[in-house]
Design a protein around this ligand. Sequence first.
Ligand SMILES: Nc1ncnc2c1ncn2[C@@H]1O[C@H](COP(=O)(O)OP(=O)(O)OP(=O)(O)O)[C@@H](O)[C@H]1O
Ligand SMILES: [Mg+2]
Length: 343
Amino acid sequence: MVIQVENLSKIYRINQKTPGLGGALKSLFRPQYLDKVAVDGISFEVGQGEIVGYIGVNGAGKSTTIKMLTGILAPTTGSVRVLGRDPHQERVANAREIGAVFGQRTQLWWDLALIESLNMIGKLYDLPPAHYRDQLARFTEMLDLGEILHIPIRNMSLGQKMRAELAATLIHDPKVVYLDEPTIGLDLMVKEKIRAFIKQENRERGITVVLTTHDLGDIEELCQRVIMIDMGKVIYDGALQTIRDRFGKYRTITLELSAMLGTGDLDLLDDTEIEAIDGHKWRIRFDRTRTSASKVAAHVMNQVDVNDFSLTEPDLTGIVKQIYQGALNDIKVSTGELAQVTV
Ligand SMILES: Nc1ncnc2c1ncn2[C@@H]1O[C@H](COP(=O)(O)OP(=O)(O)OP(=O)(O)O)[C@@H](O)[C@H]1O
Ligand SMILES: [Mg+2]
């Protein structure tokens, strides 16, 4: 296993200040602390070459976990091993083999042109010149760096900065990469470029990726497995497909009828619901584990003339929203399986 996380917790200790000068002095001499449990006893493993989506609502504890995985933060309790090392204790050795992108802030030298930053990183990591040139050529092509190599970071647009950031993070050929919201605020074209790049580095070089994002498009494109956390605890760890199967059991058929109808005019199968868009257009929602699209459609077509119909697959955004919102309390954690969830 490349990453092994066992019973990992992080408690932030926050100094509670009372307002005013008196309060400031008081908290200086007799500080009052408030403990915030950001990560609460999580365990998981990631194998070589996996791309794992690490998802959850704001404040769930994702960035805190990533910071412990990278070695920036020390765990309060529990353990992290990355490539057999403790990333916090062995930060230097760890840094050679990992890369991290934090989408919310840049890690590059603000005043240097991108190419100068990259050259510097190449030297810092002692990359053999030929290998460095290869990497640079590949990245330039994949991330379209040609036009931005000579621009200082501070003058770059967000999308340019993020491409620069990715190049700088991966140029030393890390085995493990942590991406904390790498596509935040980017337009679809840049997102696509970044996804394709991550995919390529994973496929061709076998890098292991832990990806945090609120953009489920990233997850759909890149991850077969997701770990979902809520209030510092893992609530799901398993295949993306399992979530789809378990939660995406409702499908919608939209029908365009040749005649105007009222709701009561149609006889419906059990386990289906009908909703009017207008008198001609109707939406029928059904549970695909109980009936099928063809049965539902045929049942309607036996009664009325249908001009057109379309079937909508549930999208991941809707599914994940349902999980975040409603069913959390009933979910029991177990690898690959969601128990007792009714959505
Ligand atoms: N340095 C800190 N000191 C105190 N509390 C913190 C600190 N960093 C994070 N927290 C708190 O820990 C919790 C988890 O934060 P974290 O940044 O890990 O969440 P997240 O899942 O990355 O959220 P987001 O999706 O908004 O980025 C939050 O309640 C946050 O306020
Ligand atoms: Mg975060």
